[in-house]
Design a binder for this molecule. Structure first.
Ligand code: HMG
Ligand code: MG
Length: 312
């Protein structure tokens, strides 16, 4: 096994979001069986945390309206089967969503807040503080049931309506999410405008506010081609959880200009080269993204997928 480059962690946990963040923006509804097959293939490629779907209002995200049908189809992945015990987190905005997720046996949920008022209103129909109040009973009840809770925070760097988002504004909401009892915080660069210096400034400010690096994950979108540089910066800061989307699928239906997430293949290519262990088989993952791209009817935007699947 290669020794990781200096200043980098020996291993990184990839939080795969392709089936949720990736697909939620697709206009054509993907059949439930295809989603289940996608998730199974991701697990076989070595991804151990695969965000599966969202228990949100079906009118807000029609693509994920089949959460009740999908979840049982992939339930066997959470046992100690052929591909090991896979974590299948799901997004839950409120108690209604939590009830639906718990009824199906979900063991990991994620609430999703916003650092800006405009996105909180557009994505959750609430103010920032109103959404924190909505999450409070969700987190308390989930923790009481032994369920792991991730707190997403969107618009941590810039917002399409409000522009650059001040670091103290982000820190306040991040702290509030952690104070509710979230186990993990995922910093969302929803529209992909972050650059490395900004990433360091935010991580440092969060540490100073008492949020330890070990609880922080990073969620970069690649709009300006900065996602890998930002990821490397976060890894050098000590972050070991990185969100990525197979094939670079994605966006957010409630944030104009949110393009795809950092492609998992691009991330694995970089980490393999740096000697950082991920457990992911890049060939199997690429084949999965090519398969999914065929289902969606257009090629993957990931450069690594294109390079590795290129045939003369
Ligand atoms: P609302 O309209 O304010 O809801 O929406 P409400 O509480 O007033 O309830 C209205 C009706 O909806 C009620 O039904 C509820 O039962 C029902 P009625 O009594 O009128 O018949 N309802 C639900 N039904 C099913 N499941 C539920 C649910 N909740 C209420 N969970 C709400 C508020 C939060 C529900 C809505 O705004 C919503 O669903 N938003 C979800 C938006 C979303 O999923 N966005 C994408 C994910 S975030 C993202 O992608 C960013 C991220 O990737 C990080 C990054 O990149 O930044 C995570
Ligand atoms: Mg996202």
């Amino acid at each position: 096994m290669k020794v990781p480059a200096q200043g980098l962690p020996p291993r990184v946990r990839i939080h795969e979001v392709g089936a949720r963040d990736g697909l939620q923006n697709e206009k054509t509804v993907v059949p439930t069986e295809v989603k289940a097959e996608f998730i199974r293939r991701l697990a076989e490629a070595g991804l151990s945390t695969i965000e599966a779907t969202s228990f949100v209002h079906p009118k807000w995200v029609p693509q994920l309206a089949d959460a009740e049908q999908l979840f049982p189809l992939i339930g066997e992945l959470t046992g100690s089967g052929a591909v090991g015990d896979i974590a299948l987190p799901v997004l839950v905005p409120n108690e209604r969503g939590l009830d639906r997720a718990l009824a199906l046996g979900a063991r990991r949920i994620a609430v999703f807040g916003s650092a800006t008022e405009t996105f909180a209103a557009r994505n959750l129909n609430r103010t920032v503080d109103g959404s924190l109040a909505m999450f409070e009973p969700v987190v308390t009840r989930a923790k009481g049931a032994g369920v792991h809770v991730r707190g997403y925070l969107s618009m941590c760097f810039g917002d399409p309506w409000e522009g650059a988002v001040p670091v103290p504004q982000v820190v306040r909401v991040a702290k509030a999410l952690m104070d509710l009892g979230c186990d993990e915080l995922s910093l969302g660069d929803t529209i992909g405008v972050a650059t490395p210096g900004h990433v360091t400034a935010l991580l440092t400010a969060l540490n100073e506010a008492g949020v330890p690096t070990g609880t922080i994950g990073v969620h970069f979108h690649d709009t300006y081609g900065q996602a890998l540089s930002n990821t490397l910066t976060a890894l050098r800061h000590g972050v070991t959880t990185v969100d990525a989307s197979a094939g670079g699928l994605g966006g957010c239906p409630y944030a104009k200009s949110a393009t795809g997430n950092l492609a998992t293949e691009d991330l694995v290519w970089m980490l393999d080269g740096l000697g950082v262990h991920t457990g992911v088989d890049l060939g199997a993952l690429t084949a999965t993204s090519v398969w999914m791209a065929e289902r969606l009817g257009r090629p993957s935007p990931s450069r690594t997928v294109r390079a590795l699947s290129h045939k003369e």
